[in-house]
Design a protein around this ligand. Structure first.
Ligand SMILES: Cc1cc2nc3c(=O)[nH]c(=O)nc-3n(C[C@H](O)[C@H](O)[C@H](O)COP(=O)(O)O)c2cc1C
Length: 367
């Protein structure tokens, strides 16, 4: 890796703003509505304060962890972020290589511009998950899951907070949606079941492909019954992404899920939804350690990772932070990850702990 010098999260964002066109940058940065939830995700962390312990020999700190059974170098992974070629031509391939080099799992989005197989190819044995936007056709959904099984993905993250796109005002005024620019088609283009159902061939007109994908991408009629069905079809761990209500967390346990992601999609779906960090404690209380709790939303610094873990999450996903780093390609993403890891180590030690597991004993005060 060519070392990119230190940049704060705000500097990464600024760099992306300067280098990307307005539509692409605002697609990444913005949230739904008046961005109340987007802001609450970030500001929510400020309400929590760590009460650190001292004189506990923190000379050797180990911030390695396991996420859904995979050994990782840090307690965080990369969130699914679609359409990464709007940020850099190498898109998902650059992110995949960076994640592999840093031994941090990468969650590949359904709407990746490179296919899940192409991404797997550059990752070798490195840890990866596949995120499913459940199409409105269960045969295609199952085909995606089979392909993920065959190309070495270790879990399926089913995103359930997106029965349709949120009310994204920036994108509406920019008339911007990456799919319309033929981005994010990688998994669909090569899928045999989609090809058959949509009568698509390698020679099909791109406009036709875009229309066929757009009409299948989301499934507003999805229910727990579909989840129950998928549970009988695959042995891969299933993780429900997009839970903020404790009753839904309880249902995820009852339906045999292996984990949940406490998430509001980075404030891009329901504006006015509770922030992720505010939703976390009641969910931890309900789940009682029966399944894994992954957390995302508003994580920008190492201290945010530590606070989420201290509140009971088992691991954390980062979204926009690495997306901004991708403006600098693989090196940028690697730098973001390396920097966050280092910061997590420092914060862990200053909290008075030497490993990630003991963080659940840390005292946090809400004020
Ligand atoms: C540009 C962008 C694209 C995203 N695409 C997806 C996606 O394809 N699938 C998904 O489940 N979540 C997607 N998300 C949501 C992220 O996985 C994650 O929940 C969110 O970014 C976390 O908030 P943060 O950006 O504040 O870290 C996307 C987020 C952003 C910013």
């Amino acid at each position: 890796m060519t070392q990119v010098g230190f940049r704060s999260p705000e500097q990464w964002e600024q760099m992306a703003k300067e280098q990307l066109d307005k539509g692409a940058f605002e697609y990444i940065q913005s949230g739904a509505g008046v961005e109340d939830t987007l802001q609450a995700n970030i500001n929510g962390f400020k309400k929590w304060h760590i009460v650190p312990r001292v004189l506990r020999n923190v000379a050797n700190v180990d911030s390695s962890s396991t996420i859904l059974g995979l050994k990782t170098s840090a307690p965080f992974a990369l969130a699914p972020v679609g359409f990464q070629t709007i940020i850099h031509p190498e898109g998902e391939l650059a992110v995949a290589k960076a994640a592999a080099a840093e031994n941090v799992p990468y969650t590949v989005s359904t709407v990746s511009t490179y296919s899940m197989e192409e991404i797997a190819e550059v990752m070798g044995d490195a840890p990866r998950f596949f995120q499913l936007y459940w199409p409105n056709d269960e045969d295609i959904a199952l085909s995606f899951v089979r392909r993920a099984e065959q190309s070495g993905y270790s879990a399926i993250f089913i995103t359930v907070d997106t029965p349709m796109l949120g009310w994204r005002e920036q994108d509406k005024s920019n008339k911007y949606f990456p799919l319309r620019k033929a981005q994010g088609l990688g998994n669909y283009l090569v899928d045999p079941v989609f090809q058959e159902k949509a009568r698509i061939t390698p020679d099909s007109d791109l406009e036709v492909v875009i229309k066929e994908v757009a009409s299948r991408l989301f499934n507003p009629s999805l229910t727990w019954e579909n989840i129950k069905w998928l549970r009988t079809k695959t042995d891969l761990p299933l993780v429900i992404k997009g839970i903020v209500h404790p009753d839904d967390a309880k249902l995820a346990v009852e339906y045999g899920m292996d984990g949940i992601v406490v998430s509001n999609h980075g404030g891009r779906q329901l504006d006015g939804s509770i922030s992720s960090i505010d939703a976390l404690p009641a969910i931890v209380e309900t789940v009682q350690g029966r399944i894994e709790i992954v957390f995302d939303g508003g994580v920008r610094r190492g201290v945010d990772v530590i606070k989420a873990l201290a509140l009971g999450a088992n691991s954390v996903l980062i979204g926009r932070l690495y997306a901004y780093g991708l403006t600098d390609g693989q090196d940028g993403v690697e730098s973001v990850i390396a920097q966050l890891k280092e910061e997590v180590q420092t914060v862990l030690a200053l909290t008075g702990e030497t490993n990630v597991k003991s963080l659940q004993q840390v005292t946090l005060k809400s004020m």
